[in-house]
Design a protein around this ligand. Structure first.
Ligand code: MG
Length: 387
C-alpha cells in the first residue's frame, strides 16, 4: 500500500447518552482527566495514516465539546443530525468535498482504541468495501419468543460488531445517500444491504462501548491500570541580599531583604519546576530557561511552572500531588502558607488538597542558619499513561 492513500476518521459523538445518567452525555464524562470523546480524537490525531478527523457533535453540545476536548487543526467539527444515521451522513457529505480513499467510522463512547486493529482494518480495505471488528460470542445463544426460549442457535454463526469500522469512502457514501431504513445501528449494515462484502477481523474486548454506569467504572479502572506513577524531585537555593521583599511560591512576602537571582528568584517555584520536569524525564529548569538568556531576567517564575505543566499535559500525564519544603530562618512562612498552597494549586491546575507547603529551619546551622539564603525542596508525583 502506498502512502498517498487518503484516510479520514469520523468520530460519532452526537448522541444524548442518557442511559448512563449524569448531567452530561457519556462521551463527555471524565474517565480520568479526559473524556472518552477526547481520547478518541487524540488517538486519531496521533495516528499517522489518518490525515483528517471529523468530530460529529450534537448542535446543543458544541460548547461542551470545545470545553471537554482538546483538538488540533487536523480535527473539524461537524454538527450531528436527529439520529446516528443523519449524523454520519452529515460527516460523509462534508468529506465528499475532498474525497478520502478510506474512511474509518468510530463511536465516541469507545475510548480504548488499538493501533494494531486500525492498522489491520486499513490494510484490508484495498480488497474489501468494508472491514469491521467482530467479537466471537462465548455464551450459549438462544432465540427468544417473548418470555420463553424458542431454541438454541449456532453461536459460531453470530458475532458482536464493534467500531472502528473502515470503508472505501465511495461505497459507504453511496450506501448512505441511497439508504431508506432508519433502524441500522452500525455503518456496515448499509453495505450488507447493498450486497457488498464486508470482511470481519478480530475485535477487542477493551473496545467496549460506555453505555451504563458499570461501563464507566470499568473504563476508569482500566485507565488507572494502564498508567504508571512517576515522581520527580527538585532542590534550589538562592542567596538573600539587599532589597525589600521577596517572592515565594508566587506570593509577595514583605521582608527586609530580597532573594538574588536572574528571574524573580522564587526558589520554591524553581525547585517545583525541577520536580515537575524530573517526573517526566525532561531535564531541569536550566535546560529550558538558561540563566544566560536576557529574556528571563526579572521574569515571574510562574512562566517556568506553566511550561512544565504544559509539558506534562502534552505527555497526557496528570499531576497527583506536590509537596514543597521551604528552608529558612526568616521570613516566617506560616502566615502565608494558605495563600501559597492556593497559588501553587492554581499554577499546577490541581485542587489545593493536592498541594502541601511546609517550612523548616536548620536550627541556626550553616549558611541557611546564618540567614544568608533560602532553600527549597519539592517533590511531585504524576500519573502517566503506559504507551
Ligand atoms: Mg533558582
Amino acid at each position: 500500500m502506498t502512502f498517498d492513500i487518503k484516510i479520514a476518521a469520523v468520530i460519532v459523538g452526537a448522541g444524548s447518552g442518557t442511559r448512563l445518567g449524569g448531567n452530561i452525555p457519556k462521551q463527555y464524562q471524565l474517565i480520568d482527566h479526559e473524556c472518552s470523546f477526547a481520547k478518541c480524537i487524540r488517538f486519531f490525531e496521533n495516528f499517522p495514516k489518518v490525515s483528517k478527523v471529523l468530530a460529529v457533535v450534537a448542535n446543543k453540545h458544541e460548547t461542551l465539546f470545545r470545553e471537554k476536548c482538546t483538538f488540533s487543526s487536523t480535527t473539524e467539527i461537524v454538527l450531528g443530525g436527529a439520529d446516528r444515521i443523519s449524523s454520519v451522513k452529515n460527516a460523509l457529505v462534508k468529506l465528499s468535498a475532498d474525497e478520502p480513499d478510506f474512511v474509518i467510522i468510530h463511536d465516541a463512547a469507545r475510548p480504548f482504541l488499538k493501533e494494531e486493529l486500525v492498522d489491520t482494518i486499513i490494510s484490508k480495505l484495498s480488497s474489501y468495501e468494508g472491514v469491521i471488528p467482530i467479537l466471537k460470542i462465548s455464551d450459549t445463544v438462544k432465540r427468544l419468543d417473548g418470555p420463553h426460549v424458542e431454541k438454541t442457535v449456532d453461536r459460531s454463526l453470530y458475532g458482536r460488531a464493534q467500531t472502528p469500522q473502515g470503508f472505501k469512502f465511495s461505497s459507504i457514501f453511496k450506501a448512505y445517500k441511497t439508504c431508506k431504513e432508519r433502524n441500522q445501528t452500525d455503518d456496515s449494515g448499509f453495505l450488507e444491504n447493498m450486497g457488498l462484502t464486508v470482511l470481519h477481523v478480530s475485535g477487542n474486548e477493551d473496545l467496549f462501548k460506555i453505555t451504563y454506569e458499570k461501563d464507566m467504572e470499568k473504563a476508569r479502572l482500566m485507565t488507572a491500570a494502564l498508567s504508571k506513577t512517576r515522581v520527580g524531585i527538585g532542590y534550589d537555593v538562592h542567596q538573600l541580599g539587599e532589597g525589600a521583599g521577596l517572592v515565594l511560591c508566587g506570593i509577595q512576602i514583605p521582608f527586609n531583604k530580597s532573594l538574588i537571582g536572574h528571574s524573580d528568584a522564587d526558589v520554591a517555584l524553581h525547585a517545583l519546576t525541577d520536580a515537575l520536569l524530573g517526573a517526566i524525564g525532561m531535564g531541569d529548569i536550566g535546560d529550558h530557561f538558561p540563566p544566560t538568556k536576557e529574556e528571563w531576567s526579572g521574569k515571574s517564575s510562574s512562566t517556568f511552572i506553566e511550561f512544565a505543566v504544559d509539558a506534562i499535559k502534552q505527555k497526557n500525564a496528570k499531576i497527583i500531588n506536590a509537596d514543597l519544603t521551604l528552608i529558612c530562618e526568616k521570613p516566617k512562612i506560616s502566615p502565608f502558607k494558605e495563600q501559597m498552597v492556593k497559588r501553587v494549586a492554581d499554577l499546577l491546575q490541581v485542587e489545593p488538597c493536592q498541594v502541601n507547603v511546609k517550612a523548616t529551619t536548620t536550627e541556626g546551622l550553616g549558611s541557611i542558619g546564618r540567614k544568608e539564603g533560602i532553600a527549597a525542596n519539592a517533590i511531585v508525583s504524576v500519573e502517566i499513561p503506559i504507551s
